[in-house]
Design a protein around this ligand. Structure first.
Ligand code: SF4
Length: 281
């Protein structure tokens, strides 16, 4: 199978990441996948979307990678958990797809954000694509849960102009319950980014009854403020837009009865971050 054929017969661009996309990489030989993960010559992408104003500064093109090691109870894109649901795309094809936007992104003070899924599941591809974008003069951002941050060298951190770091919970048990993984590697990555003075926007998903404990949020706020590199905090209200994906995939969705948080509750969470001197929205 030629990779170019794979890409040409399927569309990388989507109207939104909420499109359910499955089995785009089906049939890709395992040896090719393994090689791609080692050298980053190829990646697996759910899609590219344009026009985002919530994934970094200005207007952004977002590359949504496939593959994630977390299993967040509130995940709105569970189709990105499996890397083989992503479309196999060569590095050159992905860079080419981005190149056509470079002038527009500059005019709109925007850039390129690599999100997911978890982009660092494909760390070699992620680093090389972000480096290619930066070489085109495009501002680069990585949206990550930080769990695999140790895969990036110090030099590679410089290819990322901004890290959107998702901290899911402070309490270790709560974090494991919520995501299936430990929080410690994420906090280590946050400290390392701070030591290297790399800009960070912190993201916190606020779920009523799950991530709304004030003491937990206050702990994250104190931690973030002490890092001195967190430029802003986005408190993201839980929503049900991904619910249909859980149903389509036959997954057990534990949050089916959870309501959207009230504006006042989200504002109270923001106030906890502001109390530590952080900008929170
Ligand atoms: S880290 Fe993101 S993509 Fe992965 S399970 Fe959590 S919400 Fe979903």
């Amino acid at each position: 199978m030629r990779l170019e054929q794979t890409f040409e017969t399927a569309s990388l661009e989507a109207r939104s990441p909420f499109e359910l996309r499955l089995h785009q990489g089906r049939g890709m030989p395992e040896s090719v996948v393994k090689q791609a993960l080692v050298n980053g010559d190829m990646g697996f992408l759910h899609s590219f979307t344009t026009g985002s104003t919530v994934d970094g500064p200005g207007v952004r093109v977002v590359g949504w990678t496939a593959g994630c090691q977390y299993r967040c109870l509130y995940c709105h894109n569970p189709d990105t958990w499996n890397m083989m649901n992503g479309l196999p795309v060569t590095l050159e094809q992905a860079a080419q797809g981005l190149r056509k936007y470079r002038h527009g992104l500059k005019i709109m003070s925007g850039g390129f954000t690599l999100s997911g899924g978890e982009p660092l599941m494909q760390d070699r591809f992620a680093v090389r694509l972000l480096a290619a974008a930066q070489e085109m003069g495009i501002h680069t951002a990585l949206d990550t849960n930080g769990h695999l941050g140790a895969r990036l060298t110090d030099e590679e951190l410089l290819k990322i102009d901004l890290v959107l770091l998702d901290i899911k919970a402070w309490d270790a048990e709560r974090h494991r319950y919520l995501t299936g993984k430990d929080v410690a590697p994420t906090l280590d990555f946050a400290r390392r980014l701070a030591a290297h003075k790399r800009p960070v926007w912190l993201r916190y998903v606020f779920v009523p009854g799950l991530t709304d404990k004030e003491e937990d949020i206050a702990q994250i706020a104190g931690f973030a403020a002490g890092l001195n590199n967190v430029e802003r905090v986005d408190v993201l209200p839980f929503h049900q837009m991904g619910r249909f994906k859980w149903e389509e995939l036959g997954l057990n969705y534990a949050l089916a009865d959870v309501e959207h948080p009230t504006r006042e509750a989200v504002e109270r969470a923001c106030a906890l971050f502001r109390a530590e001197g952080l900008k929170a929205f």
